[in-house]
Design a protein around this ligand. Structure first.
Ligand code: NAP
Length: 251
């Protein structure tokens, strides 16, 4: 029986996981929510690097890996690519296209943390949407700034930072209310692509707020690459016996 190992932790991956039957494995790092309503097996936690992943793939009789991790989860994508070569099992990947600037956008590229901090120095009310990384710098916030940090993790913040624990997708109306209430004057973001967290860019454009975008990491090539979940699912339906891809999401 053909078995798929789906590497996830993203909304795209969850869409695919909902279509996988019990023969297949959905793999999560364990940082976010673990869905309890899937028909496929859910495996939580790392493998101990590429060799550990290759060992797992061989031991479990996995015939295909599908990398649907976040575009900034570069270590895992490298591990999947390397494990694919070591275990001689193909690896497919969803490589979500980056967002592209539109007329009216004021986007600036940043190479890393210190570059971001330098670029936002003239601003007072940054909105951080990078994930948990800013939480490690709460004691370094300049007196001229108050940070709003949106990430998955609940956190009390401090006098210089308000932490909003939230999970996308986010709407334009919700983002506009957030920008207005928090008096946001600069946004820091990954260039994640996709629709779930794109609304902040539309609101930044509308309110003439600059956006500092952390550079995308380089990702390794995969055996096959897809732009979106629909094309990956179509290829999966061809690779699997048809009755192994669920036609409807379980309720
Ligand atoms: P990362 O730096 O590329 O990976 C760090 C380590 O976490 C990997 O070496 C691996 O450990 C483990 N890991 C990552 N993804 C895994 C998966 N799907 N299944 C099992 N182990 C996994 O990844 P990250 O940036 O910390 O992201 C962790 C997870 O959060 C990923 O699944 C990613 O899709 C999701 N996520 C990340 C971001 C982001 O901005 N980075 C945003 C949204 C969601 P071992 O080497 O021990 O196997």
């Amino acid at each position: 029986m053909k078995r798929v190992l789906l590497l996830g932790g993203t909304g795209d991956a969850l869409v695919i996981a909902r279509r996988l039957g019990p023969a297949h494995v959905y793999s999560l790092a364990g940082l976010g929510r673990v869905p309890a309503d899937l028909q496929c097996e859910v495996r939580v936690g790392g493998y101990g690097g590429a060799q550990g992943l290759a060992d797992f793939v061989r031991a479990q009789g996995i015939g295909l890996m599908l990398d649907a991790t976040h575009p900034y989860a570069a270590q895992m994508s490298r591990n999947v690519s390397e494990a694919s070569a070591r275990a001689n099992v193909p690896c497919w990947a969803i490589r979500r296209a980056a967002w592209q600037p539109q007329p009216g956008d004021d986007w600036r590229d940043a190479a890393g943390w210190s570059d971001i901090v330098a670029q936002i120095a003239p601003y007072r009310r940054p909105l951080w949407t990078l994930g948990r990384e800013p939480l490690a710098h709460l004691d370094d916030i300049p007196p001229s700034q108050h940070w709003t940090i949106r990430c998955l993790d609940p956190h009390p913040g401090n006098a210089s930072a308000t932490i909003i624990g939230a999970r996308g997708p986010f709407s334009v109306d919700g983002e506009r209310a957030l920008f207005t209430e928090r008096r946001i004057d600069v946004v820091i973001s990954k260039n994640s692509g996709g629709g779930a967290t794109e609304a902040k860019l539309a609101v930044a454009r509308e309110l003439h707020v600059p956006v500092v975008l952390l550079k995308r990491p380089a990702l390794p090539p995969a055996t096959r690459e897809f732009d979106d979940t629909a094309s990956a699912l179509q290829a999966l339906a061809q690779w699997l016996h048809p009755d192994q891809l669920l036609t409807k999401a379980p309720v």
